[in-house]
Design a protein around this ligand. Structure first.
Ligand code: PSV
Ligand code: MN
Ligand code: MN
Length: 427
C-alpha cells in the first residue's frame, strides 16, 4: 500500500485554515521575541529519525507477545511500513536493520525498494545476544568478552559480516550493543572481560570502512542482572576513545538507572565530540521501550536543550548524531506509536530551538537560577505543534499524520493485504 500525494493534499486542504490561524499567531509571538521562525521550521523539516525494523511489529515481553494483525511479514513489508510513515510525516526517511533478524537476500532490490519510498539505510546493528541455528558456539556466557577465543572470534566475524551488508545497502555506521555480563557476583572477572571486549572491538574497528562510524551502546543491566561489561557512558566513552576517531558512544534513553541525569551525560559527550548515536524511547522503571515523550516529556526537552546547545556550538567537533527510535511494546498499533514518537521528538526539539540561548547563558553566568528556570520553562510550556505542522506542510507531509492514518484506515487495508495472523520477524 502507498499513500498518494492527492490523499495528503485533500487532507491538508481540510485543515489548512485552522493550521494557518494557529501558526500565524505563534509565529508572530515568537518573531516578537526575536526568534527566526523560518530557520526553526527548516530545521524541523530537516530532522530525520530512523525507524528500527524491529519496531514495526508488536513487541514482546518475556512473558508473552500479543501480535497485532497486518504486521509486516518480510523486510520488504517493513520498508513498505516505513514508507507509509515517511509519506505521512516526511521525517522517517531512514531504516535501521538488525542482522540477522533482517537478512537482505538481494541487496540491490532492497536498496531500490527503499529508495522508491525515499528511504535510506541508517546504522546496521549486529546481534550477538541471541544464538542463531547456524552458529557453532553459544553466546550464553558472552560474545565479544567471552573467555574463549573461538566464541569471541565468531562474534567478531559476525560484526564484520554486518558491516559488509551495510556497505551493500549504503549504511555508514555499525551499532554494537552487547548483552555480555554476569548474573552473579564473582561469576566474571571484570577487568579481563573488559579487556577482551576492547580487543574484539579493535578487530572490528580495523575492518571499518574509512567513511564509517562505530557506535557503542551501553546498558547497566538486562539480560544480565549483576553486571554488564559496557555498563555506562563512561565505559562506552573509554572504549570509543581507545578505538579512535571513528568510534562514538550511543545513548539509549532507557539504558540508565533511575534518576540518572541523562542531559548532563549528553553535554559531556558532546563537549568531547563523542556522541554518535541516539536511541529514543521512554520509561518509568528501566528499559521499558515505551513511546517517546509518553512518561517524561520534561526530561526529553532538557535533553534536547543540551543537544541543541551541543549542535550549535562551533567549538565542538561533535558530528550530527544518528537519531533512531528504539521502542517496542505490546499495546498500541506500532505505526501509530511511531507517529507519536516522531512527533514527541520534534516537539522537544522545537521547544529547545526556541530557547533564548543568549539570555540563558547570561542567567547562568549570573547564577540567576530563577531566571534560568523561567527561560527554559517558558519554552517548554509553549505549544510548538503549529511549527511542526508548518514544517510538514512545507515538506508535503500531512498536517495531522495520525488523523490521516486513521481516516485512510491504513491498518485495516494492511490486514486485508497481509492477513490477520501476519507476524513480523525479529523480537
Ligand atoms: C538493547 O536493549 C537495545 O536497546 C539495543 O539497541 C538493541 O539492539 C535493541 O535494544 C533491540 O533489542
Ligand atoms: Mn537501543
Ligand atoms: Mn534497550
Amino acid at each position: 500500500m502507498k499513500i498518494e500525494k492527492y490523499q495528503i493534499d485533500q487532507h491538508n486542504y481540510l485543515y489548512e485554515k485552522q493550521h494557518e490561524r494557529k501558526f500565524n499567531f505563534l509565529a508572530e509571538t515568537l518573531e516578537q521575541e526575536g526568534i527566526n521562525v523560518n530557520t526553526i521550521v527548516t530545521k524541523l523539516a530537516d530532522l530525520q529519525i530512523a525507524i528500527p525494523s524491529w519496531a514495526l511489529g508488536t513487541g514482546g515481553t518475556r512473558f508473552g507477545r500479543f501480535s497485532g494483525a497486518g504486521e509486516p511479514r518480510s523486510l520488504e513489508e517493513k520498508i513498505e511500513d516505513i514508507g507509509l510513515l515517511h509519506a505521512l510525516n516526511r521525517s522517517s526517511g531512514a531504516i535501521s536493520l538488525h542482522i540477522p533478524w533482517d537478512i537482505p537476500e538481494n541487496t540491490d532490490a532492497i536498496k531500490s525498494l527503499a529508495s522508491s519510498y525515499d528511504i535510506v539505510f541508517d546504522a546496521v546493528n549486529s546481534n550477538t545476544f541471541q544464538d542463531q541455528k547456524t552458529q557453532n558456539y553459544s553466546y550464553k556466557f558472552g560474545s565479544l568478552s567471552h573467555s574463549q577465543k573461538e566464541v569471541r572470534q565468531q562474534a567478531v566475524n559476525h560484526n564484520i559480516e554486518v558491516i559488509k551488508y551495510g556497505e551493500m545497502l549504503g549504511s555508514k555506521a555499525l551499532t554494537v550493543w552487547l548483552s555480555d555480563g554476569s548474573c552473579f557476583p564473582a561469576q566474571q572477572n571484570f577487568k579481563k572481560a573488559l579487556q577482551r571486549t576492547l580487543d574484539s572491538l579493535q578487530e572490528i574497528y580495523a575492518c571499518l570502512p574509512t567513511d564509517w562510524q562505530i557506535f557503542i551502546e551501553y546498558k547497566p543491566y538486562e539480560p544480565n542482572f549483576y553486571s554488564t561489561v559496557i555498563q555506562d557512558w563512561g565505559t562506552s566513552f573509554l572504549l570509543a576513545n581507545k578505538l579512535g576517531h571513528q568510534a562514538y558512544t550511543l545513548v539509549d534513553l532507557g539504558h540508565h538507572l533511575p534518576n540518572t541525569n541523562i542531559e548532563q551525560i549528553v553535554a559531556t559527550l558532546m563537549m568531547e565530540g563523542k556522541l554518535g548515536g541516539f536511541h529514543f524511547n521512554d520509561s518509568k522503571y528501566g528499559d521499558d521501550d515505551l513511546t517517546v515523550g509518553s512518561i517524561k516529556p520534561y526530561q526529553l526537552f532538557l535533553i534536547f536543550n543540551e543537544l541543541v546547545e551541543g549542535m550549535e556550538d562551533k567549538n565542538t567537533q561533535n558530528p550530527v548524531p544518528a537519531w533512531m527510535i528504539d521502542a517496542s511494546h505490546n499495546v498500541k498499533d506500532p505505526l501509530e506509536d511511531l507517529l507519536q514518537s516522531v512527533e514527541a521528538i520534534k516537539i522537544a526539539y522545537a521547544q529547545a530551538l526556541i530557547i533564548n540561548r543568549e539570555m540563558l547563558w547570561e542567567a547562568q553566568d549570573n547564577n540567576d537560577a530563577v531566571k534560568a528556570q523561567e527561560i527554559v520553562q517558558s519554552a517548554f510550556r509553549t505549544d510548538v505543534r503549529p511549527l511542526l505542522a508548518e514544517a510538514r506542510k512545507r515538506s508535503s507531509a500531512a498536517l495531522s499524520p495520525l488523523d490521516l492514518f486513521r481516516k485512510l484506515e491504513v491498518r485495516k487495508r494492511l490486514v486485508t493485504e497481509r492477513g490477520k495472523l501476519a507476524i513480523a520477524t525479529g523480537l
